[in-house]
Design a protein around this ligand. Structure first.
Ligand SMILES: [Zn+2]
Length: 643
């Protein structure tokens, strides 16, 4: 493994990781890519020194797997991704900051491809690593983004060990242990659950063949015996200060997701480390500029005075502002180049500061003189794909929808939906409960699913007893309380006809429904259209598990006013209402891959994107299509948090 020369008493440290053709000085960062491509940049405008290692999430490419170069093309991964020859590639199962995975079994995890949820088995993953030969590989691991339940936690550690062992023996059998460095995936669980790692890491094969740790959870939970290993920290870090803090806690390598995020929004970095020493008299410096802001329209200075990047050497703020305004993609290219340059310098500054013993002091000053957040993005980013969305803060409208003019006019007294919903606003606004954990959510789902068959109170008691049985945590009391509240929500929803997929006869009824339930999904159908029938089958299925949403269908001919107002010409059309507001419209299968045999989860993800459903359900039925020769293992146990 890499030599470490720790030379600073805090957990922040200078060290290095040796790769094939270079030595990485740490702390440093790994750049996330989309299928191996740095967003906005082509190989000819990438500066190799600034981006020595890039991150490749295998799930990005698995939708195409049968046809993809992963298994068919000649050569290793660097031969077919759009990087430069001297870039090192790290391959991991999932994207950096992935969308939630639903469940995992003893041989697979679920991943999200552009055609829905699929299973990725370790057998396939190991095969892919052997074929691709990336310089760094992170073994398959189970790290749900929601807080895992108590039963799942020890299994997460076990799986990390088993799947790492399988990868190591695969590499050994192919004489690849020298070529592919393996970073052990440390799951996101508390310290006691990581105890089995201590024993395992004392054994020879780990000593010889594990090059570092890929940390999905709190850095403080990692056993101190393992602190000698270089640590890649895989949690999202959205501000420079968050990066400084994670380095302070011992991260050696972090992910650079915030660079892409800023560049997408037209935000240009202006921060530096160590921070400038000026007497600012309590005025905070900005971390970045929003280049969409019209104050730059006539500003001829470079993005950041003194910056030696390509962009700042030749172009002005006014020019870049103009490029964004006219949607010239080169505007984003320039900002991305600048941001990467600033980010690279930020890390050399961090290393210098640690070497000089000033890291904590400099971090304190950084915190004092810079604002805590980036400016709010105001511009229109380049179009986002579904899997890039941030589901922790669902923002329904990224680009202005082109159907905005179709809103009913407020002065239409004959049939005014807008007026109606204003009057009724108090009735449907349901208070959001505080964050519910997965266990409570799953119990509520079970309650919703079987409360018709068993008498309500008996079932409630059984479920309470079961929760009592599996949960000995300090959260039990509050869990019990939120479970009671959840049961109440389920009962109310059922009284309103949720969990049934009913046909509504007239449009006035549709309007009443959109104002009486918080979430409503309406299917406009034609009885003879094939695609409408396909849609019915999926919605019927989804309505059964999503008790939080009301699903109805109406024959378009019975809704002439709405059809005209909303310009419905092609069917099927799906409308999503949240809090009586129309948040999204789906026409045909355009957003579902435009083919007739999409899997139900694809539609489910689309609904989730617009917050028309609350979350994905753990018992999500998987698509019928098998991928990668995956055999149907009906008996294999799924690890969700409800067993
Ligand atoms: Zn610059």
């Amino acid at each position: 493994m890499a030599a470490l020369n720790a030379c600073y008493p805090s957990s922040a440290r200078i060290s290095s990781v040796s790769l094939k053709s270079k030595v990485l000085q740490t702390p440093c960062f790994i750049f996330p890519t989309s299928k191996g491509t740095i967003p906005h940049l082509t190989p000819d405008n990438i500066n190799d020194n600034e981006l020595p290692v890039v991150y490749f999430g295998l799930e990005d490419s698995l939708d195409l797997l049968e046809k993809s170069p992963i298994f068919t093309a000649e050569g290793e991964i660097d031969k077919w991704v759009a990087g430069t020859s001297s870039q090192s590639i790290l391959v991991a199962p999932r994207r950096s900051t992935p969308l939630p995975s639903v469940s995992a079994g003893s041989h697979h995890i679920q991943i999200l491809t552009s055609s829905g949820l699929k299973k990725l088995t370790n057998e396939v993953y190991v095969k892919a690593i052997i074929k691709l030969r990336p310089e760094i590989a992170i073994p398959l691991n189970d790290n749900p983004s929601n807080a895992p339940g108590v039963k799942r936690k020890p299994k997460m550690t076990e799986k990390s060990i088993t799947w790492t062992d399988e990868l190591l023996s695969g590499l050994q059998n192919n004489q690849l242990t020298e070529k592919v460095k393996v970073f052990f995936p440390v799951p996101n669980v508390e310290a006691p659950y990581l105890d089995p790692l201590i024993e395992r890491f004392r054994e020879n094969d780990y000593k010889q063949h594990i090059s570092g740790l890929a940390c999905y959870g709190n850095l403080h939970s990692i056993p101190s015996e393992l602190s000698v290993y270089p640590k890649i920290f895989l949690r999202p870090l959205l501000t420079p200060l968050a990066i400084l803090q994670s380095i302070h806690q011992g991260a050696d390598i972090v992910m650079a997701d915030l660079v892409n995020q800023a560049s997408d929004s037209g935000i240009a970095f202006t921060f530096a480390f160590p921070p400038p020493v000026e007497d600012l008299q309590n005025i905070k410096l900005e971390l970045a500029w929003d280049m969409w802001n019209s104050i730059f329209a006539a500003d001829l200075s470079p993005l950041q005075p003194g910056c030696s990047c390509n962009t700042c050497q030749s172009y002005s703020r006014a020019y870049i502002h103009h490029l964004l305004q006219t949607r010239e993609l080169v505007g984003w290219i320039m900002i991305q180049q600048h941001n990467i340059h600033v980010f690279h310098n930020f890390f050399s500054g961090i290393r210098d500061s640690i070497k000089a013993g000033n890291f904590l002091h400099d971090t304190e000053i950084f915190k004092k003189i810079y604002s805590s957040n980036f400016p709010r993005a105001t511009g229109l980013g380049p179009r986002k794909r579904g899997y890039q969305m941030d589901l922790t803060d669902v923002q329904p409208v990224e680009n202005k929808p082109n159907w905005v003019q179709l809103k009913p006019e407020t002065n239409n007294t004959e049939f005014s939906h807008t007026t109606q919903k204003k009057e009724k606003v108090q009735e449907f606004q349901e208070s959001e409960l505080p964050e519910r954990d997965t266990t409570v959510g799953n119990f509520a789902d079970t309650y919703a699913a079987i409360s018709d068959d068993q008498s309500g109170s008996e079932l409630e008691e059984n479920l309470f007893a079961e929760l009592d049985d599996i949960d000995d945590s300090t959260y039990r009391e509050s869990r019990m309380q939120s479970l009671k509240e959840e049961f109440q929500r389920v009962s109310t929803a059922k009284e309103k006809g949720h969990m049934q997929y009913l046909t509504v006869e007239n449009e006035r009824e549709v309007m009443d429904i959109t104002t009486s339930s918080k979430r409503v999904v309406i299917h406009f159908f034609h009885p003879d259209f094939r695609r409408c029938k396909i849609m019915d089958a999926h919605l019927e299925k989804i309505s059964k598990s999503h008790w939080e949403t009301k699903f109805v269908r109406i024959e378009a001919a019975n809704a002439p006013f709405l059809a005209l107002k909303l310009g419905l010409k092609v069917l099927p059309v799906i409308l999503c209402y949240v809090d009586a507001k129309l948040v999204s419209k789906l026409t045909g299968f355009t957003d579902l891959g435009n083919n007739d045999d999409f899997d139900t989860p694809v539609l489910e993800f689309w609904l989730l994107k617009w917050a028309a459903i609350e979350k994905l359900k753990e018992n999500n039925s998987l698509g019928k299509k098998s991928i990668m020769g995956f055999k149907d293992t009906k008996n294999e146990s799924e690890d969700s948090d409800f067993e």
